[in-house]
Design a protein around this ligand. Structure first.
Ligand SMILES: C[S@@+](CC[C@H](N)C(=O)[O-])C[C@H]1O[C@@H](n2cnc3c(N)ncnc32)[C@H](O)[C@@H]1O
Length: 440
């Protein structure tokens, strides 16, 4: 199965195990709710066997799930779409405004290939158009400042300073993508938002997958642009190859590949429903549904998904978000990662709220009268892994308040271990993910 986006905690590699666990608690092949659908891989996989409700709080998840599980007849070919995008009027308008900046970056890239990395690294550090437009006294070279000023003047004089057609380059160009790649994605986005219905969803999903594939960061997420300096303040030459490789990826080629995938996806899928909402609202809505089992894969660390994938959310929403400051009280300047204001703060990622969040989940699922399969990725204290806000033992204890039969599966072995809350023999396998099975 394809990986639609690089996603932390994706269950792509354990789909069969999740299916075995789900089938073992619900043998009816009834409708499954994938309560935290994320990149959509679990929903997509199950849609070959069961009806699916895919739910998540993030809009990009809804787009990916809808695009991969729905089939579309009569869509234009990928060639037609690419032709229309690359010959659009917007492309020529963009060139008038951004051409020199793109050429400047190309020069910097050529210099970096000759081991002169300074100017390219400066773009990653200081080249944000958004920050340059919104903050005074940006310290950067005259060359870069000159280029950014030119773009600002042109956008102002043409009344385009907040244009939806330049969101990706203004917010993320230079930092997460090259200016040229960002511009090409803006051009694609312009095409996408002129479509409607499923064609819009599928062309948008292809753009999300493209952004995830080309982004120039560690781990292909969007928590922050590359840190280009070492502890002594010197530019890290070792990053250069990665920077050059990522920035030479061809947006239109990659987009066409993903278009092909999404336009042909969804043929053999069962019925599905997509919900973009908080998990508690989703569980409330399910009261009138025929869902027969819930699969839950919530976050377990203090890092919010909205922090890692805010760029994908903005691509979906296509708005002009305000950007947070480095410190919550408005100090420290605009966040270098360009986080959107008001991004979702999950109770599962907040220490003081996580326990209650799980408690609410168990209670609500119990009220539905259906079994639950809960994924848990253990924390190994001996490794440099982010601690989990709940231990598996705490979760099991909590689940046992509501469910009479709670057991665990350790993928790989696929053995059930029956537990009670005082079981002293229970040992956490810190390598493998665990599935907690809760039955009434
Ligand atoms: C571990 S990921 C799910 C990964 C998914 N199973 C996959 O294979 O891609 C957790 C998901 O929970 C979602 N989430 C976090 N808090 C939420 C909430 N309060 N309501 C609904 N979804 C939430 C996040 O957006 C994220 O996509």
């Amino acid at each position: 199965m394809d990986r639609p986006i690089h996603y932390l905690g994706s269950k792509l590699r354990m789909l069969e195990t999740v299916k075995k666990a789900v089938d073992s608690v619900d043998s009816t092949n009834g409708c499954i709710c994938d309560l935290f659908s994320g990149s959509g891989t679990v929903s997509k996989y199950f849609s070959s066997f069961r009806n699916v409700v895919a739910a998540d709080i993030q809009n990009y998840s809804a787009v990916l799930c809808e695009a991969t599980m729905s089939s579309l007849d009569g869509a234009p070919t990928t060639e037609q779409i690419i032709k229309e995008i690359t010959q659009s009027d917007l492309r020529f308008k963009q060139q008038d405004i951004f051409m020199e900046l793109v050429e400047y970056e190309k020069e910097c890239i050529a210099n970096a290939r000759q081991n002169d990395i300074n100017r390219l690294y400066e773009i990653i550090e200081k080249g944000s158009l958004y920050i340059f437009f919104n903050e005074d006294n940006i310290e950067c070279s005259e060359d870069l400042a000159g280029q950014l000023t030119l773009v600002k003047e042109r956008l102002l004089s043409s009344g385009e300073i907040n244009s939806l057609d330049s969101i990706i380059i203004r917010y993320y160009g230079g930092l997460y993508f090259s200016y040229e790649q960002a511009l090409e994605m803006d051009n694609i986005e312009h095409y996408v938002f002129k479509r409607t219905g499923l064609l819009k969803v599928k062309t948008l999903a292809a753009l999300l997958s493209t952004a995830s594939e080309i982004v120039n960061t560690v781990g292909k997420q969007f928590a922050q642009p590359l840190k280009v300096r070492d502890g002594n303040g010197r530019y890290k030459g070792t990053l250069c190859k990665k920077i050059l490789d990522d920035r030479s990826l061809n947006v239109y080629e990659i987009y066409e590949k993903w278009l092909y995938y999404y336009l042909n996806a969804g043929e053999d899928c069962h019925k599905h429903e997509i919900i973009c909402d908080d998990y508690l609202n989703v569980l409330e809505k399910l009261k009138d549904s025929n869902v027969s089992v819930i699969y839950a894969d919530p976050p377990y660390t203090r890092y919010h998904y909205s922090r890692y994938y805010h760029v994908l959310e903005t691509i979906c929403l296509r708005d002009n978000p305000n950007v947070t400051t480095t410190f919550p009280n408005g100090t420290g300047g605009i966040s270098r990662a360009i986080y959107r204001e008001g991004r979702h703060q999950s109770p599962f990622c907040i220490k003081s709220q996580a326990e209650r969040a799980f408690d609410n989940m168990f209670r609500k699922v119990k009220e539905l009268g259906v079994p639950l399969v809960l994924s848990y990725s253990p924390f190994n204290p001996s490794q440099a892994v982010t601690p989990r806000l709940q231990t598996v033992e705490q979760l099991i204890k909590k689940a046992q308040v509501y469910f009479s039969d709670v057991s665990t599966i350790s993928p790989g072995e696929f053995t059930h271990s029956k537990l009670n809350c005082t079981d002293k023999n229970f040992k956490t396998n810190h390598e493998a993910e665990i599935l907690i099975l809760c039955r009434n």
